[in-house]
Ligand binder design. Structure first.
Ligand SMILES: [Zn+2]
Length: 510
């Protein structure tokens, strides 16, 4: 991870961020689709590199499907990961990434639904793949105004060639209109830049020859590109075997990333759009803080941190006020450290239901330590806002001290920091893990514990690797839970502000 320039930090402040979800199949815990949010107006997709089975889904037979192909595009999943890393090196930020981990013999994600799968059990995974791309497109449009989907494939027909697939210009209609033919066909186009990196390309630079009929662009570029409007252009890249075998894949990824970088500098927006007046919050962000039974002394640290944030207006709330409509008009509710059980029981079911409705309708929720226990789906008194269970509940009093956490790319994005590892104050917060409750959206990990505290009979080796910070969605609202205490850790108070910006009601439903 290279460090971000000051200018780039400023740029991140303006950015808003997407849900990252990793779909998980039911029986094993291997994700069926990898989805990673990015910081560039570039979305990498790879439908055919996966090797995994999908529980309950048989192999396709292909009856009636034209040009049926159940074979994987070898190594294109790995290549896409390497491309994302190389782009981060070159551009300082990562692209959005959507990679199918399932094998093409179960679902061909680059075909229309009627040709993509045969058993009804496959539909949800197929839909999720395209929904992830659509969500990334929507967010790129909101952040930059326009961007590009690069759909990464492999072909063996011409091992030394990269083939362009834009349905002969249709899926890049917006780019053609915006920047002219040069941007798609010329020396400064993506394929022009690939040629400069030494790739043989087809059609040749500058040529108006039609694209190769079998590789001229499938369902993904057709669906998500600008053929029928919009400002996202989509290009299918069909990489010959020679560029993605085990020996040359690293070098190939490096060179393709160089070409994408040059293309991005030539044609893609480099700065996020200024938020329009309509998108700017009118006045301050109204943050409610629970201050009643079960709120511990750390609530004072929280209130001190909040007082420093100019944009935030704090309202203190008792359980009774929450039950009698006190959440109305607020953008966010924060449940502080203390005792989750006491907070939950004091709120009682009517108060808990008020909070659920508040978030369901777009309010934000931030829980710290006890507030994270409260948000979980673990206890009779919990809110069930986050699809998380609590590990080793028996040893909740495992001790207080400093632990290391490691942020995921999503965590770095939301908390606006280029750094991965932080020491942070920990005071017996929950060790979270996915609960797999079907009625709650899966949460996304923002950080994991890298070191642990195991006192008072708590077994060693349990805490490391569990979720330390998570985000989720509940109805229209966004939720962030911190097991440790950023508000009590010098230098990490800004995590609280960045979490507030992320769960703010003004962004609900995005
Ligand atoms: Zn393919």
């Amino acid at each position: 991870m290279i460090s971000l320039s000051t200018a780039f930090r400023g740029f991140l402040i303006a950015a808003f961020l997407t849900t990252v979800s990793v779909a998980e199949s039911a029986s094993d815990k291997k994700p069926a689709i990898t989805v990673i949010a990015g910081g560039l107006p570039i979305i990498l997709t790879a439908p055919h590199g996966g090797g995994a089975a999908i529980p309950g889904v048989p192999e396709r037979k292909g009856d009636g499907v034209t040009r049926f192909n159940p074979k994987a595009d070898t190594n294109t999943d790995i290549l896409t990961e390497k491309l994302a890393d190389a782009l981060e090196q070159k551009l300082g930020k990562r692209p959005y990434v959507v990679i199918a981990r399932f094998h093409r013999k179960y679902i061909d994600a680059n075909r229309r639904p009627e040709d993509a799968f045969e058993s009804p059990e496959a539909k949800a995974t197929y839909d999720e793949y395209h929904a992830a791309i659509a969500a990334a497109c929507k967010e790129v449009t909101a952040r930059w105004g326009r961007g590009v989907v690069l759909d990464i494939h492999g072909q063996a027909a011409q091992p030394g060639v990269v083939l362009r697939g834009t349905q002969n210009g249709k899926t890049v209609a917006h780019l053609l209109k915006q920047s002219g033919r040069e941007a798609v066909y010329g020396e400064t186009s993506l394929f022009g830049e690939l040629a400069k990196q030494g790739f043989a390309i087809f059609p040749a630079v500058g040529s108006s020859e039609p694209e190769s009929p079998n590789y001229s662009g499938g369902h993904t570029v057709g669906l998500h590109g600008s053929s029928s409007g919009g400002t996202i252009d989509a290009i299918q890249l069909e990489l010959g075997t020679r560029y993605r075998d085990a020996k040359s894949i690293g070098d190939g990824a490096e060179k393709i990333a160089s070409a994408i970088t040059a293309f991005a500098k030539n044609y893609l927006p480099s700065e996020t759009q200024k938020p329009t007046d309509a998108a700017k919050p009118a006045g301050k962000i109204a943050v409610g803080v629970y201050l009643d039974k079960g709120a511990g002394p750390s609530v004072n640290d929280l209130l001190r941190a909040l007082a420093k944030f100019e944009q935030v207006a704090v309202t203190k709330l008792t359980a009774e006020q929450i039950r009698s409509g006190g959440l109305a008009g607020l953008d966010i509710l924060m449940q502080p450290g203390g005792s989750g059980g006491t907070q939950g029981r004091n709120l009682d079911e009517p108060g808990r239901e008020k909070i659920r409705n508040f978030v369901r309708e777009g309010g934000g929720y931030i829980g710290i330590c006890a507030g994270a226990y409260l948000a979980s789906a673990q206890y009779p008194w919990s809110l069930n806002l986050l699809d998380a269970k609590v590990i080793d509940t028996q040893h909740w009093n495992r001790g207080i001290g400093t632990v290391d956490i490691e942020l995921t790319p999503a965590g770095r994005e939301i908390l606006r920091t280029p750094n991965q590892k932080f020491p942070i104050h920990y005071a017996q917060g929950p060790l979270l893990a996915p609960a797999g409750r079907p009625e709650i959206e899966d949460y996304e990990e923002m950080a994991t514990f890298k070191t642990e505290i195991a006192k008072n009979g708590a077994p060693e080796g349990v805490m490391v690797g569990t979720t330390a910070i998570a985000r989720g969605r509940f109805g229209q609202g966004r939720v962030i839970c911190f097991s440790p205490h950023p508000e009590m850790t010098e230098g990490l108070e800004e995590f609280v502000q960045n979490a507030i910006d992320y769960v703010n009601r003004k962004r609900a439903g995005k």
